[in-house]
Design a protein around this ligand. Sequence first.
Ligand code: NAP
Ligand code: MG
Length: 490
Amino acid sequence: MAEHAHSERFDSQMFIGGQWVDAVSGATFDSINPATGAVIATVPRGDVNDVGRAVAAARDAFDSGRWGQATSERERSRLLFAIAEEVRRERDALAELEVLDCGKLLADARADIDEVAFMFEYYAGWATKLAGDIPPVGPHAMSLIVNEPVGVCGLIVPWNYPMLMAAQKVAPALAAGCTVVLKPAEQTPLTALRLASIVERVGVPAGVFNVVTGFGVEAGEPMLTDPRVDKISFTGSLAVGRHIQRTCADQLKRVTLELGGKSPNIIYADASLAEAISGTCSGVFGNQGEVCSAGSLVLVERSIYENVISQLAEVASEIRLGSGLDPDVTMGPLVSSAQRDRVQGYVASAPSDGARCLYAGDLPSDPRLTEGFFVPPSIWEVDDLAPRIAREEIFGPVMTVTPFESVDDAIRLGNSTEYGLAAAIWTSDIKKALTTARAIRAGVVWVNDSQPAPSESMWGGYKQSGVGRELGPYALDAYLEKKHIYINLS
Ligand code: NAP
Ligand code: MG
């Protein structure tokens, strides 16, 4: 499918209180296809007034019991299954829209949308299973521990997996009986708006699910300070996450934070090398490196180091940049010119910062893509982890490699980052795998793999990578309050 075939526009209003509306101010902003720089949609630029309307709608839907109390769990479950069915029906269109808005590969976008559908199914199942508990408190009383929805939730998401990150919050929040206001990233508002049309179509009551498009400070920030919002769940950068935690502290709003990472990828000499090399490369260069859990801090046991770095460079040299819609392309553009400039800045300063370039790829040659936001993959050797590219989250196709001497050394280097989101370990020795997995301070550890995150499992960060957990049953805790009802029987 050629990029120029897509002159189609995806202009949309936003979805508040069951209505499609413009911003109160009438302001709009453009969403851009990062492969070509072309404007593909104009959407409302929401601000405090629009957030106010959305929060009022969500508050009313919650307080009137249209969702959490009066809607039965079975009905909530049925509606979530219906959303999943519609996502599956629109799968190809949603995947293409995701590619056009954020630049990822079509095959990856399809996998994202499939997981979105499954996520709604998974939490549709949970909606009818949020049982409480009856702890024994003696013969003359009875205690009931019941789960109740936390209330109105502000959900703020990033641009790297736009619909998946949204679903990761929306599905458990709705299953728990919460009502929500979703703020997609300014770079990628389009699939969130399509989700709104699906939610509307299947008949979710008005006000339960709202989308406000706009910029973080204008359309996100007001949710942090609005006293009618009970909970903020945020996925994004550490800097904004800290600001959210601080701001929400004033009202003691509940906060879940899924933040960045600088994840070690440890290759032991006894690893199955072909798998380790290809898994390491896809774990760093997949999704253009715009992955919070990218295993970009590659640590290699000294005895295989020279062999590994030459093989990593060889695999990287096969990467072909271009439009995500082109089936021969294996790496798309970064999401925006700002993100491209940021990543290029890291690459440009790397040599003077003590990193040695082992490999650098080429820009796409297609003249139609000269306005796209491409950054070629690169691999850098760093002796210690002092250079900025080995310490900071880059969110682009940049790998560092560093040799290590022993298990202790690998663990020390792997734990040297301020983040603690994920780690990958490649080895055929089960003891080494588990010793390392237990010692690494990260929320997710892969053994002989990199990046899988099944919706039934768990996700979340240690250290500066976040607060709270998502996916699986763990996500539900973030949207529930527990209540103890004590009954005197004497
Ligand atoms: P970001 O700049 O922190 O933005 C994330 C979201 O927060 C966007 O919707 C943004 O809106 C909004 N925002 C910005 N300032 C705000 C404020 N003052 N108040 C309320 N909302 C505000 O992050 P990003 O650049 O989009 O995404 C990349 C980051 O996300 C990386 O650090 C990555 O590691 C992290 N991430 C983490 C996970 C995880 O699961 N742990 C998953 C994916 C990504 P605008 O975009 O409109 O400004
Ligand atoms: Mg876009």
